[in-house]
Ligand binder design. Structure first.
Ligand code: FES
Length: 127
């Protein structure tokens, strides 16, 4: 976390990034996806799915603080949900939980949710 990050983000957001517990990669997930955003940030999502329910989630990103916190909140929201329930999560829900997220970083929530959707689609559309 840089001095610049500390000047851009409120403490509540920095704290979510510091304590992020869902960040990391997963071996042998039931579903996964990778998306590169137009800004160049990359996001990966990994899901453990049992009887249509998401039991565990990890995400990985090389992106900025904003991308990390959007991934973390998305992962937090999705654990325990059915696949249908997870598809009801929106970028706005993520943003609403991140008071003080700079407006120009709104697209990070879209990247996180898009990657989640793609992981679910990869699972549901598996031949
Ligand atoms: Fe582009 Fe976060 S700055 S996804």
């Amino acid at each position: 976390m840089t001095e610049k990050d500390k000047s851009i983000y409120p403490e509540a957001i920095l704290s979510i990034a510091k304590k992020a517990k869902h960040i990391g990669r997963m071996n042998g997930p039931d579903a996964s996806a990778y998306v590169k955003g137009p800004c160049g940030d990359e996001m990966e999502f990994y899901l453990v799915i049992n009887k249509g329910q998401i039991e565990d989630v990890k995400f990985y990103t090389d992106g900025c603080i904003s991308t990390i916190v959007c991934g973390e909140i998305t992962a937090d929201l999705v654990i325990g949900k059915t696949l249908d329930g997870a598809l009801g999560i929106s970028p706005k829900q993520i943003k609403d939980k991140l008071t003080g997220l700079p407006q120009e970083k709104s697209h990070c929530s879209i990247l996180a949710v898009t990657t989640l959707y793609r992981a679910i689609a990869n699972y549901l559309l598996k031949p």
